[in-house]
Design a protein around this ligand. Structure first.
Ligand code: ATP
Ligand code: MG
Length: 581
């Protein structure tokens, strides 16, 4: 598949013009290396962070910020948040972020979007696969880069999350091929960020243990990477879809929506799609302004029912109401260090990458989690920090300039050694025991466990014995949120609420009701629940005795193939099943 279109072998190294691309769900960037210095390219609108959005209006195609602006007026023909769906089955995608633009659907066995991309009132809508959407978007990026450089861009290094699987990578390479773009290499996002820092000519690169926290719009990915003589080894990763930039937008949207309701007889701008879209765009820009200033304004013409709205927010108050999100990011960072088998004291450097990394509070929190000797590389803590929104594209561009001279077939070999990832399983693996009386799920190997790995569990058979079906399944966790029971307002405040008020001294008096509401939201109950996925193998144990124990052993090999052995403890024989990688 990867060889379709612009075939890899088709381009002679000397004919290449290669760039680095960060292609992500919220934004993308393009960068070019001149004289060993990578520079992020502004597109024709002057943007360096280019929203990953395509929009069609009267047969014209818009992309980037212009397309983003169409989210208010033309959401149905605007496609946003699609990178994540490349190479995925429709069943496994999370369409949450697409509610305010074109909805993903299943067509021809793939994730697709139906939009009107042609001119005229009665133009027939087109159903486009996510790969085709990606192709069209990448073509726009490549065109912008080619115009800037003054030569046709032929090739690129593109960054991908560390949990992108082979199918996703193949779909991305095919999408690029559709845009006549040769993919020289896909580089893990955190490694690209690290490369951008390590390539600074004024810095002597030393061996160290680095945490890269890539905080984007819809994902937060944190990795622990050891650098040893220029070799990067990814030791542990974590991926989160909850404590993100859009979650911060949501905090501000709720805050200002409540204020609007208070001033306007309870009209909730979140109830109307157009008002909601305006609220979101302005919330995002207020959030960005609060990364720079101590105060920011929020102002929307005709927010709902023709009523204009203007307000302000100070940073202290923002940091208070957004505390649950910031706390979640802290936990992600702490957990991945632990997962790597390390202590925070082992970490020499924390690189904050991605747009959300501009937030001063997040960098300050890192300073308090890590010892003074750990460098926190973020704009608010280190004046020489590289713009976190540009790290990945720059790293990719540097890598592109290093490898563009190689023949396509040599690239893998010549660069593989530079980036090694400890192989690990993506999802948890566990067993489901099915008998007449019950179905039980028991996790055996946690997600992201490094392989090879061997785990064994003993399980009591359900009730009466008899035939027991043992299914080995993949599983994920998701967050179940339980809203608290509405409670009567009292004067006595919990100590938590007192802190909210303390940090709030500079706010208007009449805001105190709002903090009550927000405090209740803080207390919603969040639980991790198992979500069972694909069945990997099945084994049947016949005539199991009443009350006996079943032993299940799982061996995951280095190539990710698996063996499962199931037996009844104390009985003869057992069942062994091999699962290919
Ligand atoms: P995704 O996680 O969806 O794949 P991405 O990698 O495409 O995201 P980034 O550009 O790294 O996206 O981050 C986008 C997020 O960063 C958005 O939520 C945006 O509002 C936020 N952001 C951008 N600039 C700032 C800033 N100066 N201060 C705070 N947040 C910012
Ligand atoms: Mg990102």
């Amino acid at each position: 598949m990867a060889e379709e279109g612009a075939s890899k072998a088709g381009i002679v190294p000397s004919d290449r013009t290669a760039i680095g691309i960060m292609f992500s769900n919220s934004n993308s960037s393009i960068a070019y290396t001149v004289d060993d210095k990578a520079e992020v390219i502004a597109n024709e609108d002057g943007d360096r962070q280019i929203p990953t959005i395509l929009s069609y209006m009267d047969g014209d195609e818009y992309y980037g910020q212009q397309a983003k602006n169409f989210l208010v007026r033309n959401p149905k023909n605007t496609v946003a948040y699609f990178r994540e769906f490349l190479g995925k089955d429709f069943k496994s995608i999370d369409p949450t972020h697409n509610h305010a633009s074109a909805h993903p659907e299943e067509a021809n066995g793939t994730v697709s979007f139906t939009i009107t991309d042609k001119e005229g009132e009665d133009a027939a809508p087109s159903t486009l696969s996510v790969q085709e959407i990606a192709t069209r978007y990448l073509r726009r990026l490549v065109t912008s880069a080619s115009e800037y450089i003054g030569k046709k861009v032929t090739s690129a290094v593109i960054t991908v999350p560390t949990n992108f699987n082979e199918k996703q990578k193949a779909a991305l390479i095919a999408a690029a091929a559709g845009a006549e773009l040769e993919v020289l290499q896909l580089v893990p996002e955190p490694v690209a960020a690290l490369l951008a820092y390590d390539a600074r000519p004024e810095v002597e690169v030393s061996d160290r243990m680095v945490v890269v926290a890539d905080l984007g719009g819809t994902r937060s990915d944190v990795a622990v990477i050891s650098t040893r003589s220029g070799m990067y080894t990814v030791l542990a990763t974590t991926h989160d879809y909850e404590f993100t930039g859009t979650a911060l937008d949501k905090v501000l949207m709720d805050h200002f929506a409540k204020e609007f309701m208070k001033r306007n007889a309870g009209i909730d701008p979140r109830q109307n799609p157009k008002s909601l879209a305006k609220l979101k765009l302005e919330a995002e820009s207020t959030k960005k302004a609060l990364s720079i200033g101590a105060n920011a304004s929020f102002s929307v013409e005709s927010l709902a029912e023709g009523i204009d709205f203007a307000s302000t927010l100070n940073r202290l108050r923002y940091e208070t109401i957004a505390r649950p999100v910031f706390a979640g990011i802290n936990r992600l960072v702490e957990s991945v260090v632990k997962k790597a088998g390390l202590d925070i004291l082992d970490i020499d450097e924390v690189i904050l990458s991605g747009g959300t990394a501009h937030t001063p509070r997040i960098a300050a929190n890192m300073q308090s989690i890590f010892p003074r000797t750990t460098a926190i590389l973020a704009p608010s803590t280190t004046p020489t920090a590289i713009n976190p929104s540009e790290l990945q594209a720059r790293g990719a561009a540097l890598q592109a300039s290093l490898i563009q001279e190689y023949e396509a077939e040599d690239i893998d070999q010549s660069t593989h050694a530079a980036v090694t990832t400890v192989p690990h399983i993506a999802n948890a693996i566990g067993v489901v025991l099915v008998s007449e009386s019950a179905e039980t799920f028991i996790p055996i190997v946690p997600g992201e466990t490094a392989v090879p790995a061997r785990r064994m569990v003993h399980v009591k058979t359900p009730k009466d014995g008899g035939d027991v079906l043992v299914k080995i399944v993949e599983a994920n966790t998701h967050i179940k949120v339980t809203k608290p029971e509405p409670k009567a307002k009292t004067n006595g405040k919990a100590s938590k609420s007192a802190t909210v008020e303390d940090a709030d001294e500079t706010e208007d008096e009449d805001d105190s009701d709002l903090s009550d509401d927000e405090e209740e939201e803080d207390e919603e109950k969040r639980e991790r629940m198992w979500k069972i996925g694909t069945t990997l193998a099945e084994a049947a144990l016949r005539g199991v005795k009443k009350g006996s124990t079943v032993e299940v052993t799982i061996n995951v090999n280095a190539d990710l193939s698996m063996t499962m052995t199931t037996r009844e403890v104390g009985a003869k024989g057992g069942v062994r099943v091999n699962v290919p990688a």
